[in-house]
Design a protein around this ligand. Structure first.
Ligand SMILES: NC(=O)c1ccc[n+]([C@@H]2O[C@H](COP(=O)([O-])OP(=O)(O)OC[C@H]3O[C@@H](n4cnc5c(N)ncnc54)[C@H](O)[C@@H]3O)[C@@H](O)[C@H]2O)c1
Length: 405
């Protein structure tokens, strides 16, 4: 199968995990395969449904995890915890200590989405988004991997011309816990003319660049061997250091072809000729913007998963979309980004590659059979809601023999 149609989000599982004894779970979909011996492996997964469409898409992804685990002969136990607006309503903070502790104790965490109009006017420390930053910081997940793959089935959903979008298969590796989103000093003040000012600091220590660059080189090595480091080294000192450290590391990865690009050019090239990119590595703020831009090449934000990884300890896996308050509670959400995030959890977080491939193959199969949620729907396809799309993917998981995966 061609790379562009295979959803192969190739990379090394960076985290180490240990097995724990947990209770057995069953699913109402499909047949649960029981091996004669008890499953040798079991994992604890923290689920953070969050707000808006979060609970809808998490419930679908949870069923997929249960089903592939039963087929592949391992066990999963879920601990569902409040996060974001749901946690603010329940206990008054966006990331309760119990939620962070559960995520830290687990083998991996799957997050739906957080946020909504209700909490938009809250003070900063009481915003759902603050909880998300705290979670990433608490788990020390400094590397955010966001694949953007244009599936042949959805090429017409892209806003780019077919010939530009066709075959795009790239990975953005974004630094997640440093840079201007965390740098100090930051705040509000008054300048010498008595005018109000707001200020932030873009700052990177050498070790922060080194560790994200290593993950990016490793990721590129497992893909097509091309790494493009994006910075603004013609203007920013933090970017100058970034470029120096990434360049120095290249000698350790002679099989990876390294290039550099300024962020303004990268933003342009992503819409001009996105196929030129394999793996992109960049800082927190540039990665935030470029990965959203890359996502639109694929046609829908509802299709894109992400993984956030640290040097050790559990990873955080989540769709890149938000809580979509405009469609929340209406069974209109596309659950595929969360299902593919669950696949990334299996692959990168638990090292359960085969189970991950089962979900990826099933997503493609459901699309091949013509099922579409509203965000990716076009004439000639069957319009379904979140639940039905989830059920169709489960049917595909269940009908695939291991050889077909
Ligand atoms: N990681 C996160 O949890 C995260 C990320 C981004 C935004 N947010 C929060 O989400 C809230 C809404 O933000 P926004 O509107 O800018 O972004 P959004 O991603 O929630 O929605 C943008 C548009 O995409 C649509 N959309 C998003 N996900 C979809 C899906 N799975 N299926 C179908 N359509 C989908 C929405 O209906 C909306 O029209 C805000 O409170 C924001 O802070 C959270």
């Amino acid at each position: 199968m061609a790379a562009s149609s295979s959803l192969q989000f190739t990379a090394t599982p960076f985290n180490q995990f240990h097995s724990k004894q947990v209770p057995k779970h069953a699913t109402k979909w499909g047949t649960i395969r029981c091996s004669a011996a008890s499953p040798s492996k079991s994992y604890n997964i923290t689920l953070l449904p969050g707000d808006g469409i979060g609970p809808e898409v998490i419930s679908v992804a949870k069923n997929a995890l249960q089903l592939v685990a039963s087929i592949e002969g391992f066990e999963v136990a879920f601990e569902e915890m409040p996060m974001g607006g749901a946690a603010l309503d329940a206990v008054g903070v966006p990331l309760p200590a119990e939620t962070l502790n559960s995520a830290k104790r687990s083998d991996a965490t799957l997050l739906g989405a957080i946020g909504g109009y209700k909490w938009d006017k809250n003070e900063k420390h009481l915003k759902p988004e603050t909880g998300l930053l705290q979670l990433r910081e608490g788990l020390q997940v400094f590397a955010n991997l966001r694949p953007a793959t244009v599936l042949p089935q959805l090429v017409d959903a892209s806003t780019l011309k077919k010939e530009v979008a066709e075959g795009v298969d790239l990975m953005v590796v974004r630094e997640l816990t440093g840079g201007i989103y965390f740098g100090k000093p930051r705040g509000f003040s008054t300048n010498e003319n008595g005018q109000e000012i707001g200020f932030n600091t873009e700052v990177y220590a050498a070790y922060e660049i080194d560790r994200i660059a290593r993950i990016a080189f490793e990721t590129a090595r497992k893909r097509r061997g091309k790494l493009c480091s994006v910075d603004k080294a013609n203007v920013l000192e933090a970017s100058m250091l970034w470029r120096k450290i990434v360049t120095a590391l290249a000698s350790e990865y002679p099989d990876v072809e390294l290039s550099h690009m300024y962020v303004d050019n990268a933003a342009m090239q992503l819409v001009r000729n996105p196929k030129q990119f394999d793996t992109i590595v960049t800082n927190n703020i540039f990665g935030d913007i470029l990965s959203d831009e890359a996502s639109m090449i694929t046609g829908s934000i509802g299709m894109l998963p992400s993984a956030s990884l640290g040097a050790a300890g559990p990873g955080l896996f989540e769709p890149i979309h938000g809580s979509a308050p405009d469609i929340a509670g209406q069974d209109k959400a596309n659950p595929l980004a969360t299902m593919l995030s669950a696949a990334m959890l299996l692959k990168y977080g638990l090292g359960e590659e085969k189970a991950a491939q089962r979900i990826e193959a099933a997503v493609l199969d459901a699309l091949n059979r013509g099922f579409r949620t509203g965000d990716i729907h076009s004439a000639g396809h069957k319009l379904v809601g979140c639940k039905e799309m989830g059920e169709e993917v489960l049917k595909s998981i269940d009908s695939k023999t291991p050889a077909a995966v």
